[in-house]
Design a protein around this ligand. Structure first.
Ligand code: HEM
Ligand SMILES: *[C@@H]1O[C@H](CO)[C@@H](O)[C@H](O)[C@H]1NC(C)=O
Ligand SMILES: *[C@@H]1O[C@H](CO)[C@@H](O)[C@H](O)[C@H]1NC(C)=O
Ligand SMILES: *[C@@H]1O[C@H](CO)[C@@H](O)[C@H](O)[C@H]1NC(C)=O
Ligand SMILES: CC(=O)N[C@H]1CO[C@H](CO)[C@@H](O)[C@@H]1O
Length: 322
């Protein structure tokens, strides 16, 4: 590369601000300060997954929510207090987040082993990776994130995409985080595990276009099945698998389902409404293609607007700022 184009790229990098912050993270950040850190996270995560098969979906989604709101700074973990009665956690899209107890268990052990060294934001990033059980780790988590001191309900709207977004909106939200169309489709593939409450999609089932019908882009048999699970009005506690026939396995089945008009959320279905995105959905029916891009996209997502160096703090308790 010529010197000029190198400098140009460097400038581009600084200009795009938050988008390049992930570059300051590195592999094995805790090699000297807490050599056991990654092993402790992995052991406690795996121990909990062994008795709770629903946990990987919770931890993966927690990392997504953390990164999209104020960057991957652990702000999603902070509890509301008398002084800040509306932390991120209490915003509506967060309602069904879970797994906070596992993060606490990991943090407690890390504070015993190497006090004040390992950030909550890194714990979230590592445990998201370690919870997803495939033959081998799908990506290397770079570490060195610092914890934020702010968590606000009011930061959630606009940063986390709503499940009713159309394709253009999804792409816009992802672009604003430095993520492209490949990242959008690959990361949506996280919906190959986990569940959704009826409220996130039931409007697709009843009177969708005002003619008493279901969303015409939804497979009619699947819509009929969903109506049996989520009658109108639905029980607010009922959940349905995001990937109809394989909720617990991290595989490519989500893309098969989306391609057969069995994407559960409007945003899953929306991936077929753009030709490029639709082509990528088809490509990701290959496991090698999906896993490779998912790993890359998770690393990119894990670098969104991170705090590094002397920024932020290392929280002692992930639920409260020091
Ligand atoms: C593309 C935009 C996205 C939208 C609109 C979206 C929306 C949703 C909604 C509404 C639910 C159901 C929540 C509930 O009712 O309990 C959900 C679940 C989930 N999301 Fe997403 N999501 C998106 C992207 C992502 C990304 C990027 C990831 C992770 C990389 C992710 C991981 C998950 C997981 C694993 C679940 C299942 C959670 C569980 O089983 O408790 N999602 N998502
Ligand atoms: C709440 O805010 C007040 C005034 O800023 C401060 O004096 C007090 O220590 C805070 N309480 C907590 C629990 O942070
Ligand atoms: C369906 O939507 C239309 C248009 O908004 C409305 O006039 C009609 O009353 C709705 N039907 C039902 C059963 O809610
Ligand atoms: C899921 O299973 C049902 C019943 O076996 C089948 O009709 C449906 O097509 C399957 N969906 C997908 C996406 O494979
Ligand atoms: C507004 C809202 O539903 N907030 C919920 C967010 O999640 C926490 C923890 O699960 C609930 O206690 C809140 O009620």
């Amino acid at each position: 590369m010529s010197k000029v184009s190198y400098i140009f790229l460097l400038c581009l990098c600084f200009l795009s601000l938050g988008l390049c912050n992930g570059g300051e993270l590195r592999k094995n950040f805790y090699r000297l300060s807490c050599p056991q850190a990654e092993q402790i996270v992995r052991d406690i995560t795996r121990k909990n997954v062994a008795t709770n098969a629903a946990l990987p979906a919770k931890l993966l989604r927690m990392h997504f929510h953390d990164c999209f709101v104020r960057g991957c700074d652990g702000s999603v973990l902070i509890d509301s207090t008398a002084n800040n009665t509306a932390a991120e956690k209490d915003a509506i899209p967060n309602r069904s987040l879970a797994g906070f107890d596992v993060i606490d268990e990991i943090k407690t052990q890390l504070e015993k082993t190497c006090p004040g060294k390992v950030s909550c934001a890194d714990i979230v990033a590592l445990s998201a990776r370690d919870s997803v059980l495939v033959q081998k780790s799908m990506w290397d988590v770079v570490t060195g994130r610092r914890d934020g001191r702010v968590s606000l309900f009011s930061n959630v709207a606009g940063n986390l995409p709503s499940p009713f977004s159309d394709f253009a909106t999804l792409l816009k939200v992802f672009s604003s985080k430095g993520l492209d169309i490949n990242d959008l489709v690959a990361l949506s593939g996280a919906h190959t595990i986990g569940v959704s409450h009826c409220g996130a999609f039931s409007r697709r089932l009843f009177n969708f276009t005002g003619k008493g019908d279901a969303d015409p882009s939804l497979d009619p048999n699947y819509a009929a099945f969903l109506k049996t699970q989520c009658p109108n009005p639905a029980n607010p506690d009922t959940t349905v698998g995001l990937d109809p026939n394989s909720t617990l396995t991290f595989d490519t089945h989500y893309f098969t389902a989306v391609n057969q008009n069995q994407g559960l959320l409007q945003t899953d279905a929306a991936l077929l409404t753009d030709p490029t995105s639709a082509r990528i959905v088809t490509e990701f029916q290959s496991q090698a293609a999906f896993f490779e891009q998912f790993g890359k996209s998770m690393v990119k997502m894990g670098g969104i607007e991170v705090l590094v160096g002397e920024e932020g703090e290392i929280r002692k308790n992930c639920r409260v700022v020091n």
